[in-house]
Structure formats: structure tokens, C-alpha cells
Ligand binder design. Structure first.
Ligand code: ADP
Ligand code: MG
Length: 611
């Protein structure tokens, strides 16, 4: 804490003293660098933090700058009023550019945002309002009582203050609830949705942040240069901006700033060789993407993991602490049936993955869902949890029709799930994975970020205390700061269950939780699932391992080719001729546990059938 304070003090002093030793041209370059740093922060927040490819940043910059130019010169408004309106106009533009992100992602989104940026460039180059290729000159000097901002030395201080506030706000966002959700969305939008993150809203937020920073940069630029022309907002500059963010490290805001300031300086040195320089940037960017995809900011972490791997050569399987039962608060709900699936059909082109599936799960049950590979078990979970919209039929959960509900709505009403192929947030720590699920605040509380930051911090403290509790209960304390992919498979499975339970759901869907676990871990899993049920959460469990199903579930539903072929106690279903046939038809009946007794709960006749 003390060292942090000292470092901040040194930075503030350095920022304050910086212009003293510098010539006026260098101060000008620094002023430009700060503007690019603001732009890069916006890019970093959208691309690096939120994973939304945004190639329209230069257009946001342009909207901000041109709006000030037009409002001050054509309409005679004062600089600050124009500045405020310009930022608003940029944010509106940002939300418009963000709309395609609701429908498409990755390179498609890149192409669309680039297309919109090109449209903007075209417009400013040709429109009368924007002065065409000549641009707009004669923007007034921003007025500040007692300070002459026409001096670039003094303008520097204005910029430094805006920049510092913007950086602090960015860091605040990244390290609290909103930023964590944005990062979770970047790592795995599906899983984030299943944890209650309102994905469409978050995607728009990413563009809102990018445009806010772009607008601020545009305002500062117009006040500094007092002249705007299309070449400043060209695709070439968009590329430089992209290079800054990639070289600096898009996932780290400080990295983006370092990239922006560094590249502005380099560009200045190389201004006599601009053609070669452009080529050079291209080469550096390619090299960065290939050899250091996390940019300069990621280098220390990469070195650290390399070192850690070398140390971890000696086999050290972490000891697990016994699991402590977890208590879910009593929830009042409708008596009896918690989930009912009625006549649900899911058609994928020619394939009917679910065929009029009907089942009802009561509160407090541990329901098993079994069936051969490809029988539609995971599809059933996807329909229940809102990932797929059933072709026909209805799903009712907690006494409401949820057939058309989105995953995040279902999550907020008390549904949680795990995934057959683990879907942890890879770039978040184990603690952050849990925190994402713990965070039940609705997206609209984002206003707190602008108006009541102490509220955000207080919530953060509460969440962290609860996360520590969950890490403790699930024996994950030792891994809290670890990156999930570096952990053994069994631990990752357990993290996924802990993450699902963090939301204190009414219903937990477990998709093959025992896959890949060793014998001891399976025993642990059985204890965990029992204690989850005892704590008040209903469980539906897809499992391949019949032994596990036999010892855990009171009732089992058997699927085959998308149809329910049997339902009842484990003893009842294994003796059903259809079930025996379905399993014997499968390539490897042994794998299903029909002939390998695993638990005391195995029915008598099954034991007799075992040679
Ligand atoms: P299970 O989990 O029982 O092994 P799934 O529910 O994953 O089976 O799959 C059931 C069938 O539906 C499979 O034939 C699978 O290929 C198909 N399927 C699942 N999801 C999709 C999808 N999104 N698009 C097309 N086919 C799918
Ligand atoms: Mg499956």
C-alpha cells in the first residue's frame, strides 16, 4: 500500500515536472501522445477487456473533434458547451456502431465497424458541413479563467488531468464488477450468460466506453490543434492505433497507454521515413501477434508462467481439504414441481435431437438423466437453460413459462449449470470466476459507475467476502489466484461446480460432472452433490457412469435418440427392456457401468446379471 502511494506520488511529480525540461515542439508531441493514449484506452476497453473488435475508434475520435469544430465555428457555441455536446454525440455514435455486435462477433464485427468508419471518413471528406478535404479551421481556444490554454505548456496540464481521470476510471471499471463481467464475456460469452451476465447490454457498454474515450480525445484534439481535417481520422491512423494497442498489450490498460505513447514517439522520430515506418509497424505488429500475443504488458506474466512451469516439474498434486456443506438460504417457491418440460422437440435441420420430451422434477430431488452418446442429454440442458429455443413444447421453471427466456434471465431466477466440456473463464483467476457468478446485480446499476463509485466499492467488498467463503467451502483457497487452465482437471471440474453454486441456485444442472475424474474425485463429487441437495438446491445430473447415478439419484430419466424411453428409480429403469436394448445397442455397454458394480445401491438383479 505504502509503495503504491509512493509510486503514485512519483508519477504525479513526474507528470507535473515533465514540460519544464522540454522544448515547445516536444511538448506538442507529448500532447499528441496523450490524445492517442486516450484513444488507445478506449480501444483497450472495447477490444482487450470486452473482446469486441472495434475498428471504428478513429471515427469516434473524428465525431468528437468535428462536433466541436462545427458547433463552435458554424453555430458559435462556446468551447465547453460544444465539448459536452460533442462527447454526447460520440457516445450516441458509439451505441449505433455497437448495434451490429449484438448479432455478430470477431472478424465479422471488425469488418462492419471498419465499414462504418470508412463511411464516416467518406462523409467528412465530401460533405459541405465538414469543410470537405480542407477541413474546418478557426476553432476557438478553450477558455479557463486565469489559464491561457493557447500555450501548449498549459494545455498539457489540462490533458494530463483528463487523461489521469480517464485512466483511473478505466482501471476502476476493469477491476470491479462491470469489468469482471466484460472480461468474462470476452473469455466465454455463453458461460457468462449462464452466470447471469446480460450479454447484449455488456456489448453495448463496451462500445459506449470506447466512444466515450474517443469523444474525449476528439475534444482535446480540436482544442489543441484548433483545426480538423480528414487525414487525421484516416484508416492509416486507425491502423496505427490498432498497432499501439496490440504492441502495448490490449488486455492491460497501462499496456495500451505505453503502446500509444511509445508509438507516437517512434512515429515522430521516423517522420522523415513515413513510408518505411508504416511497413515497419506492420512487421512489428505481425511479430507481436505471433510471438507475444499479450503485447508488452503481457511479457512479465509470460516470463512468470515460464518460470513457474519449470518449477512445477516436480510432481506436486495439490492436497484437497474436505468439503464443507454449503447452506443455501431457504427459498419460498411453488410446492412440488420446480421444473417441468412438456412435449419439447428440438429440431436441427434434419436431425431431431429431442422428440417430445416430457419430464417433471420436484424440489429437493436429485434427478439423473442417462442415455447413450448423442441421445440429446446436453441438448435438453441447453433448452432448459435458455441456450436453445425449443422448436416445440414448453419449459416451466419456478412456476413461470421460461420456454423463450434468455440464459441470463434464467440465471437470475435461480438456474445454474455446468458444461460437459468445461467452460471456465480462462483469463480470469479462480476467485474472479467465482465472483462473476456471485455478482447478482442487474446491469442497470451501471449508473453507479458514473455517479456513485463508493456504492460499487462497497458491493465489491461484500462480494469478495462471500467469494472467500465459497473458496473455503470448496477447498479452493490455495488456487484462488491461479489461472484455471493451469490446474488439474479434477480441480477445474470442482471450480465449475463452485461457480455454479455461487449464485445460490434453486436448480443446478450438472452435465457429466464425473467425466475425467479419478475414483477418489468421484467419491468427493458424490459428497458434494449430496450436500448441495441437502442445502436446498434441486439437482439434475447427466451422467454416463451408471454406478454414480445409482448411488446418487432417486429417480432417473433415460433418453435414447431424443426420446424418453424410461423413467423411474434406478432399479426400475435398468430392468426396462428398452433401456437394456438401448444400452446394448451402444458400442460399449461396459462403459455405462452396467457390468461394473460401483456402489452399494446397485439393484439385486443387476448384480446377478454380472458374470
Ligand atoms: P448427448 O449429450 O446425449 O451426448 P447431445 O445433446 O449433445 O447428446 O446431441 C444430440 C444430437 O444433437 C447429436 O446428434 C448432436 O450431433 C446433435 N446436436 C447437438 N447440438 C447441435 C447443434 N447445435 N446443431 C446441430 N446438431 C446438434
Ligand atoms: Mg452431452
Amino acid at each position: 500500500m505504502k509503495s503504491r502511494l509512493a509510486a503514485t506520488g512519483v508519477l504525479v511529480l513526474a507528470a507535473w515536472a515533465l514540460p519544464y525540461g522540454l522544448g515547445s515542439y516536444t511538448v506538442h508531441v507529448v500532447n499528441i501522445a496523450l490524445i492517442y493514449a486516450l484513444l488507445a484506452l478506449g480501444m483497450g476497453l472495447a477490444m482487450g477487456v470486452s473482446g469486441q473488435i472495434n475498428l471504428a475508434q478513429v471515427a469516434f475520435f473524428g465525431v468528437g473533434a468535428y462536433a466541436v469544430a462545427i458547433l463552435t465555428t458554424h453555430y458559435g457555441h462556446g468551447f465547453w458547451l460544444s465539448a459536452l455536446l460533442a462527447v454526447l454525440a460520440t457516445v450516441v455514435t458509439g451505441l449505433f456502431v455497437g448495434v451490429p455486435a449484438l448479432r455478430m462477433q470477431s472478424h465479422y464485427l471488425g469488418i462492419v465497424t471498419l465499414g462504418l468508419a470508412l463511411g464516416f471518413i467518406n462523409w467528412i471528406t465530401n460533405a459541405h458541413l465538414t469543410g470537405g478535404a480542407d477541413g474546418i479551421s478557426g476553432i476557438p481556444v478553450p477558455t479557463l479563467p486565469g489559464v491561457d490554454l493557447s500555450s501548449e505548456y498549459l494545455y498539457y496540464y489540462l490533458e494530463v488531468v483528463v487523461f489521469a481521470l480517464a485512466l483511473l476510471f478505466g482501471l476502476f471499471v476493469v477491476h470491479t464488477s462491470l469489468g469482471r463481467r466484460l472480461r468474462a464475456m470476452r473469455d466465454d460469452a455463453l458461460a457468462a450468460g449462464a452466470m447471469g451476465a446480460e450479454i447484449p447490454f455488456l456489448r453495448m457498454t463496451a462500445f459506449l466506453l470506447a466512444s466515450l474515450y474517443g469523444g474525449l480525445a476528439g475534444v482535446l484534439y480540436s482544442g489543441l490543434i484548433r483545426y480538423v481535417a480528414p487525414e487525421t481520422f484516416s484508416i492509416g491512423n486507425m491502423f496505427i492505433l490498432l498497432a499501439m494497442v496490440i504492441i502495448g498489450g490490449r488486455r492491460s490498460l497501462v499496456g495500451c497507454v505505453v503502446g500509444a505513447v511509445g508509438l507516437t514517439m517512434v512515429r515522430e522520430w521516423l517522420s522523415d521515413f513515413s513510408t518505411y515506418a508504416q511497413l515497419g509497424y506492420g512487421v512489428v505488429v505481425v511479430a507481436m501477434v505471433v510471438f507475444a500475443p499479450t503485447g508488452l504488458a503481457g511479457v512479465p506474466a509470460r516470463l512468470r508462467t515460464l518460470y513457474a512451469r519449470r518449477r512445477a516439474q516436480q510432481p506436486s498434486r495439490a492436497e484437497l481439504r474436505p468439503f464443507t456443506p454449503y447452506t443455501v438460504e431457504e427459498r419460498s417457491g411453488p410446492d412440488g414441481v420446480l421444473l417441468s418440460v412438456e412435449g419439447v422437440t428440438q429440431q436441427f435441420r434434419g436431425l431431431r435431437a429431442l422428440d417430445e420430451v416430457t419430464l417433471a422434477v420436484h424440489r429437493g430431488e436429485i434427478r439423473g438423466v442417462v442415455g447413450p452418446n448423442g441421445s440429446g442429454k446436453t441438448t435438453l440442458f441447453n433448452v432448459i437453460s435458455g441456450f436453445y429455443r425449443a422448436t416445440a413444447g414448453t419449459v416451466r421453471f419456478a412456476d413461470a413459462d421460461t420456454t423463450a427466456a434468455r440464459p441470463y434471465t434464467l440465471s437470475l431466477t435461480g438456474l445454474a449449470r455446468t458444461f460437459q466440456n468445461l467452460r471456465l473463464f480462462g483469463q480470469l483467476t479462480v476467485r474472479e470466476n467465482i465472483l462473476v457468478a456471485l455478482d447478482r446485480t442487474r446491469a442497470h446499476t451501471i449508473w453507479q459507475y458514473a455517479l456513485w463509485q463508493p456504492g460499487v466499492l462497497a458491493r465489491e467488498r461484500r462480494l469478495r467476502a462471500r467469494a472467500d467463503d465459497i473458496l473455503e467451502r470448496y477447498g479452493l483457497v490455495d488456487f484462488a489466484e491461479a489461472d484455471p487452465s493451469s490446474l488439474p482437471y479434477g480441480i477445474q471440474r470442482r471450480i465449475e461446480i463452485a461457480r455454479a453454486m455461487a449464485a445460490r441456485p434453486r436448480l443446478l444442472l450438472l452435465d457429466e460432472p464425473a467425466a475425467g475424474l479419478n475414483g477418489e474425485e468421484v467419491q468427493q463429487l458424490i459428497r458434494i452433490v449430496r450436500s448441495i441437495r441437502d442445502s436446498g438446491t434441486t439437482v439434475i445430473l447427466i451422467e454416463h457412469n451408471m454406478g454414480l447415478v445409482m448411488s446418487l439419484c432417486e429417480k432417473v430419466t433415460v433418453l435414447s435418440s431424443g426420446k424418453v424411453i424410461a423413467e423411474g428409480t434406478p432399479q426400475e429403469v435398468v430392468s426396462t427392456p428398452e433401456v437394456i436394448e438401448a444400452y446394448l445397442g451402444d458400442s460399449d455397454p461396459a462403459e455405462l457401468g452396467l457390468d461394473t458394480p460401483r456402489s452399494a445401491a446397485r439393484p439385486e438383479h443387476a448384480q446377478e446379471a454380472t458374470p
